[in-house]
Structures are given as structure tokens and as C-alpha cells.
Design a protein around this ligand. Structure first.
Ligand code: SF4
Length: 336
């Protein structure tokens, strides 16, 4: 495909009118084949287009920093094929009961001192129980009082639970779609794609911003990656925050040993997310520690403008803060 056959308009959508159709009740902004066409473009053309869209909506040299903490680790009843916290897989992750509000507050204070503006709290549940919600609302209020943005990822939510979290001051709820609808059953069998969409709707209805993305490198095809991006981009509205993860292969999980995805394919996926969701914060998420500085720089060029910051994600490693600061200096980037 020639790079000039599609160009981005004000919203970042393709100007090729034939490529966008609308169903009776819900607009389909992006068809899978259009996104696949983006992913098939010559690399330089794709990155150029993504950078053009990026500059129209964002400061090209700024990156938002989020810090993630696991407030309850391991023992999860779900069977996500990538996750070391699933109780059924034998990994090195040690179960840990729910942290106290004081522990969480201390971690958030330290993250703020290092420059993080958003604090994300994750718990390994299928979904929280009411007593969990009560503890979470206390943590959310305490972190919010520090002047940080709050985010939580707690599994599936019912509408009333989403409302309680929102009332406590939750700014974002993370709930990833992980992969395309068709490939989902290869990765997770204990819940349906529709369950994810229902939680996302509950979060929206509670007035909480949506953080939703996926994982690449799970043995999926390029078409499946296009399917994931299409699903995200066609959410109404699309997520405010879109984490794109590169599978961290953990021994003991079913996806351990999956053929490694070429990192350029990961960069292409970031670019497609940027072009199709121009206003979103696109987060270069898990898997960054395994990436060279050059690949990370290409991700920023492709439109990533948010990272997880801190030495650890929920259970897997992340580049050290000092390393990140050095990289930002080399690239002339600053934090938002
Ligand atoms: S990804 Fe979340 S829901 Fe899935 S097994 Fe891990 S902790 Fe449980």
C-alpha cells in the first residue's frame, strides 16, 4: 500500500470515505481490513503517519508516567494464558494478601516523589467482593488526597461497584480486552469477551475514564492484532488510555515458549493505536525491560506517550527509574 493512499483527517480517521461505514445504531469507525492495511504499510510510511497524528494532538516530546502496584497478588481463579498470578499455573509468584491502606499510601508517596502522576492499583481477582470494594475505596481516597490520578484494575465489575469506586475518586479503571474477539478463546476460557465489554460499559456509565488495551506476542496473527485495535478504536468513545503490552513470557504459564514476536511488529501496533485513537494516551506497557533503548525510542516515535514507571509491574520487572531518566535525557523528552 502506498503511504499517500490514506491520510489522517482532524480526528485521525482515514479520509478514504469508502473505508468508513456506519451501522444503523453504532458507527464503525474502523474496519479490521483498514487497520490491517495500516499494519501492512512500509514501516517508515506507517511511523511517519503515526507521528503526524501524534503531533496534531499531543506534545511529541512528553511522556506521562504511571506507577503500578499490586495490592493483592496471586491466587486468581481465572486462566489467562499469559498470567503468572493464575492459581492453576506453577510460577514463582508468591501469593500476597491485600496490602493495608498505609502500605499503599507509602508506595504512592514514593512514586509521586519520583515523578509519577498516576498511581495504578492492581488486584488478582476475577472480580472484587463487597468487602474488597470497601478497602479499595479507602485506598483510592487516600491516594487521591496526595494529588495523584488514581487507577485500579480489579477484574470484572458490576455497575454498583463501579459507581462506588467512582464516588471514591477513581479517575481510571483498567480492563484490557487483551486480544481480538476471535483469538480470545485461545488465551482465556474462564470468561467471555462480552464480560469484558460489560465491565467497560459499567465503568463508562459510572463516569470513570477507561484504560483499555491488549497484549501482543501471544502467537496471534497480524489480522488478530488488527482485530484488537479495531475493537478498541470502535468503542464509543474509544478509551482515554490504551496500554499496549508486549508479552512477558513467564515460566509456568501456558504462553511460555511462544515464538517471539518481532519487535518491529510491536512498534507497528503502537502506530496503529495512535492513528486510530488520536487523542488517547497510548502506553508502552509490559515488556519494556526486554526492549532495547532503540525499540523504545521507535515506540515513542510511533506515538506512545505514556509508560509504566518504577522497578516492577504487578509481578514482572520494569526498567529502573534511573535508566528511564537517562533514556529521556538522550531523547530530549520530559515527563508530563
Ligand atoms: S490477568 Fe488478572 S484475571 Fe487473568 S489470571 Fe491474571 S490476575 Fe487473574
Amino acid at each position: 500500500m502506498r503511504c499517500d493512499s490514506f491520510t489522517a483527517d482532524q480526528t485521525g480517521h482515514l479520509k478514504n470515505a469508502d473505508s468508513i461505514t456506519h451501522s444503523a445504531d453504532k458507527p464503525v469507525r474502523w474496519h479490521i481490513k483498514e487497520i490491517q492495511a495500516l499494519l501492512d504499510m512500509p514501516f517508515n510510511d506507517l511511523i511517519f503517519q503515526a507521528q503526524q497524528v501524534h503531533r496534531e494532538f499531543h506534545n511529541a516530546n512528553a511522556v506521562q508516567l504511571s506507577t503500578l502496584i499490586s495490592v493483592k497478588t496471586g491466587g486468581c481463579p481465572e486462566d489467562c494464558g499469559y498470567c503468572p498470578q493464575a492459581a492453576r499455573y506453577h510460577t514463582n509468584v508468591e501469593n500476597q494478601d491485600m496490602l493495608s491502606v498505609d502500605d499503599v499510601l507509602a508506595a504512592a508517596t514514593a512514586a509521586k516523589a519520583q515523578g509519577a502522576t498516576r498511581f495504578c492499583m492492581g488486584a488478582a481477582w476475577r472480580g472484587p467482593k463487597q468487602r474488597d470494594i470497601e478497602k479499595m475505596t479507602a485506598m483510592i481516597s487516600a491516594v487521591k488526597d496526595l494529588g495523584m490520578e488514581t487507577c485500579a484494575t480489579l477484574g470484572m465489575l458490576k455497575p454498583g461497584q463501579a459507581k462506588q469506586l467512582g464516588d471514591a475518586g477513581l479517575d481510571y479503571y483498567n480492563h484490557n480486552l487483551d486480544t481480538s474477539p476471535d483469538y480470545y478463546k485461545e488465551i482465556i476460557t474462564t470468561r467471555q469477551y462480552k464480560d469484558r465489554l460489560n465491565t467497560l460499559q459499567a465503568v463508562r456509565d459510572a463516569g470513570i475514564n477507561v484504560c483499555c488495551g491488549g497484549i501482543v506476542g501471544m502467537g496471534e496473527t497480524r489480522e488478530a492484532r488488527a482485530g484488537l485495535i479495531a475493537q478498541l478504536a470502535n468503542l464509543e468513545p474509544y478509551p482515554e488510555s490504551v496500554p499496549i503490552n508486549y508479552l512477558v513470557q513467564v515460566e509456568g504459564t501456558p504462553l511460555y515458549g511462544t515464538a517471539k514476536l518481532d519487535p518491529f511488529e510491536f512498534v507497528r501496533t503502537i502506530a496503529a493505536a495512535r492513528i486510530t485513537m488520536p487523542k488517547a494516551m497510548v502506553r508502552l506497557s509490559a515488556g519494556r525491560r526486554e526492549m532495547s533503548e532503540a525499540i523504545q525510542a521507535l515506540c515513542f516515535l510511533a506515538g506512545a506517550n505514556s509508560i509504566f514507571y518504577g522497578d516492577k509491574l504487578l509481578t514482572t520487572g520494569n526498567p529502573e527509574v534511573r535508566q528511564d531518566q537517562t533514556l529521556f535525557e538522550k531523547l530530549g523528552m520530559q515527563s508530563l
